[in-house]
Each structure stands twice: as structure tokens, then as C-alpha cells.
Ligand binder design. Structure first.
Ligand SMILES: C[S@@+](CC[C@H](N)C(=O)[O-])C[C@H]1O[C@@H](n2cnc3c(N)ncnc32)[C@H](O)[C@@H]1O
Length: 254
């Protein structure tokens, strides 16, 4: 189950791919560490994006429809009837494809600012026969063009963004008044000692400092906005899910 069954919830080959990538990137990260200059997405080896996709796919396969979406009030019913969904920072698009398969009446648009990932996502949609209700576009989290979404989902990417507050404001503008924003992120304890274990060491500290943090640093945003939110920074249990509904006060776009 760990090495060979790709749909198993404990399939770990993506973690080995990520470790390979971390070792390969050591010199690159060491070079920018003293200055905090950061490393843009485009400078990572292509293997990194495949590794990320392979690492997260089993979690999405086993949890996304059965546990995460069903935990949100009325969202599954809406998706069954036919909803409009954005998967922002979709990477290789596994989350988009899994949702599109489960909810054929709904439309899913995957956005990512990394062109090569968008190409992979579109190829995965073709392989899995969901081109009729999916679309993949190159766009940033603050600049994707469509509006009136019933659901906007961010899977393991809000903490990668240089301006998470700007992305949040854009999400609000793009949602219908009763729409929902789902954020899936690694969970971190507020207490450092609770994160001092193998999962915390690899998933949170090595990955955070080797990949996520250097990417945030490359964005031109106010220093205060670069801090990862407390809940997304360093916890050892697998995932935290947050949902924000459109019932919150909305600010008009200018
Ligand atoms: C850790 S990967 C997660 C990918 C995918 N959601 C998954 O779970 O497999 C983070 C993704 O966010 C994308 N990303 C980061 N910052 C972004 C931004 N400002 N706008 C759009 N996409 C962004 C990256 O290109 C990358 O594909």
C-alpha cells in the first residue's frame, strides 16, 4: 500500500520524490538563505511539480469528496445540482479532476500561474474523460477573470502565495453572495514542541523552508503579508480545512 497502490491513503512515493527534489535543491536554497531572496516557482526542477502532485493525489482521492466537501453545509447538494467551481493553484489538477468526475453537472475551472502545470492538468482531464466539465487556465490567485462562483477551493497553496490577503480579497469578489471558499492546508500546532516529530520535520520544516517559504519571498508584497497564517505554518497532523461562506460582509471591487 505504501509503495505500489497509488490510490491507497498511505501511498508514499510522492514523499520520496519530494525528498529527492529537496536534496537536489540544496545548493539553490543554501544560496538564497542568507539574504532571504527566495526562489521563484519557475526556477524549481520540473520534478518538483510532479512530486507535489504525486504526494497530494492519494489524500484527494480518499478525502476530497467523502470527507472535505461533505463537511461543508449544502455544498455537495449544490454540486450535484450543478455549480460553478474554481480550483485556484490547481497545479497538476488532480483535485479538479476528482471533483469533476464526482459531480458531472458542475463546471470546474482550474487556475494556476505555472504554465507547465496547467498543461499537465489539462492532460490529466483528457486522460480521465472530464474535458466536458473542466477548463484549465493560466491565471494568478489575484487575477483569475471569472466571477459568480458557488465554490472556490484552494488546495495546499494559500501558504505559497506572496500576498494571501490580496488573494482572499479576490476570492470574495469572485464568489456569489452565498458562495463558499474552501481552504485545505497542512495543520500546525501553535506549540513548537507538538511539531517536533518526523511528519513535522519533513512536511512542515523541510518542505516549508525548502519550497514554500522561498517562493513567498519572491513576491513583491508588504513584509507583513509574507508571514504564513498561524494555522498553516507547522503542524504535524495531515490537513486543516477551513470554509468561509459568503454570508460574511462583502466589500465591493473598485
Ligand atoms: C503546493 S502546490 C499545490 C498544487 C495543487 N493544488 C495540489 O494540491 O496538488 C501550490 C500551487 O500553487 C500555485 N501558485 C502559487 N502561487 C500562486 C499564485 N499567486 N497564483 C496562482 N497559482 C499559484 C503553484 O504554481 C502550485 O501549483
Amino acid at each position: 500500500m505504501v509503495f505500489a497502490i497509488e490510490d491507497s491513503p498511505v501511498y508514499m512515493m510522492g514523499a520520496f520524490d519530494l525528498m529527492t527534489w529537496l536534496v537536489e535543491s540544496k545548493d539553490q536554497i543554501e544560496a538564497v538563505f542568507p539574504t532571504g531572496a527566495g526562489v521563484p516557482w519557475s526556477d524549481h526542477t520540473s520534478c518538483f511539480f510532479c512530486a507535489v502532485a504525486r504526494f497530494f493525489r492519494p489524500d484527494y482521492h480518499n478525502n476530497l469528496v467523502s470527507n472535505w466537501l461533505s463537511a461543508l453545509d449544502g455544498v455537495v447538494e449544490n454540486l450535484q445540482r450543478g455549480a460553478k467551481v474554481a480550483d485556484v493553484g490547481c497545479g497538476h489538477g488532480w483535485s479538479t479532476v476528482i471533483m469533476a468526475k464526482a459531480f458531472p453537472n458542475s463546471l470546474f475551472i482550474g487556475y494556476d500561474f505555472h504554465p507547465n502545470s496547467i498543461e499537465h492538468a489539462a492532460a490529466h482531464a483528457r486522460e480521465h474523460g472530464v474535458t466536458a466539465n473542466t477548463r484549465f487556465e493560466i491565471a494568478t490567485a489575484k487575477g483569475y477573470p471569472e466571477k459568480d462562483f458557488d465554490l472556490v477551493a484552494f488546495f495546499d497553496c494559500l501558504h505559497d502565495m506572496g500576498d494571501p490577503a490580496g488573494a482572499a480579497a479576490h476570492v470574495r469578489r469572485s464568489l456569489k453572495p452565498d458562495g463558499c471558499w474552501m481552504i485545505i492546508e497542512p495543520m500546525a500546532s501553535d506549540k513548537l514542541e507538538d511539531n517536533l516529530n518526523p511528519v513535522g520535520a519533513f512536511t512542515m520544516r523541510a518542505r516549508q523552508w525548502g519550497a514554500c517559504r522561498p517562493r513567498c519571498r519572491r513576491k513583491s508584497v508588504p513584509r507583513s503579508a509574507r508571514r504564513p497564517a498561524r494555522s498553516v505554518s507547522a503542524r504535524s497532523s495531515p490537513r486543516a480545512a477551513f470554509a468561509v461562506s459568503g454570508a460574511l460582509p462583502r466589500r465591493r471591487s473598485t
